[in-house]
Design a protein around this ligand. Sequence first.
Ligand code: AMP
Length: 304
Amino acid sequence: MSILVVGSVALDSVETPFGRAEEVLGGSGTYFSTAASFFADVKLVAVVGEDFPEEHTGFLKSRGIDLAGLQVAPGRTFRWRGHYGFDLNEAHTLETQLNVFEAFRPQLPPGYADTPYVFLGNIDPELQLEVLLQVIRPRLVACDTMNFWIDGKREALLKTLRYVDLLAINEGEARQLAGEANLVKAARRIMAMGPRIVVIKRGEYGVLMFTEHAVFAVPAFPLEDVFDPTGAGDTFAGGLMGHLAANDNLEESAVRQAVVFGSVMASFTVEQFSLERLKELSYEEIQDRYLKFRLLTEFGPAAD
Ligand code: AMP
């Protein structure tokens, strides 16, 4: 099964305690599509400016990502500048330049509307809703967002969430969206807004998935070298959706397994700046780390 994603394609400038990168490939749509492309066919809906390097378009094509929905508009590509302190769990945005995204109206190319899996990557919730209005009876709609939109476009975001099945959101942003400090209560409140699955991303502490009757926890992979957490959330969502779409199974056990594949993919992204690690990643490495994840949390039954 294939996946339709709308999200940002960006040039990021990032500073971490371990180094800096200027105007490198980034964006929620980019990280998501690249991660998902290891598992399923991906159609990317986004916009870039005329300054977007051909090398980056070439990379996305080399991953087999369908770029018929990637518009090239007059103007400059979306730019994001952020930095991380020693607490790599929190990105500090220094600058967001929407540029070509300001006038962007997503148009689904022919053949996109009936894509069964839809991911509304982190962009203006009004644009997320425009995409939703163009798709026909998707099997699963997942969504991500961030403080920028929770603050700035709350009403539009709440409207979008009514149509969302799965929301993947950072810990701090879950609290902000729900207006509730306790994560369990925050997840319940978010479920009341629409999503029946809420996945809370907790950086180096892993993820918590809430469904109506269960909570599922996955740790983050303990890495010795974490270089740049940018894109971890979108890569996580790409691995999760990619795996779900590949198996086309929405039972809870399948969603749990997909959450682990999302965690596996995110653990690679943070090892290097931008998409550098994903560019050289092989499917064998993904499988190998999945097995390591299993070992990480394996323990025996309770002793009598
Ligand atoms: P994350 O996976 O949460 O680390 O997302 C990082 C990516 O989100 C970066 O590559 C940025 O280009 C992108 N980004 C940051 N702010 C925004 C925004 N307001 N709208 C869309 N994309 C953004």
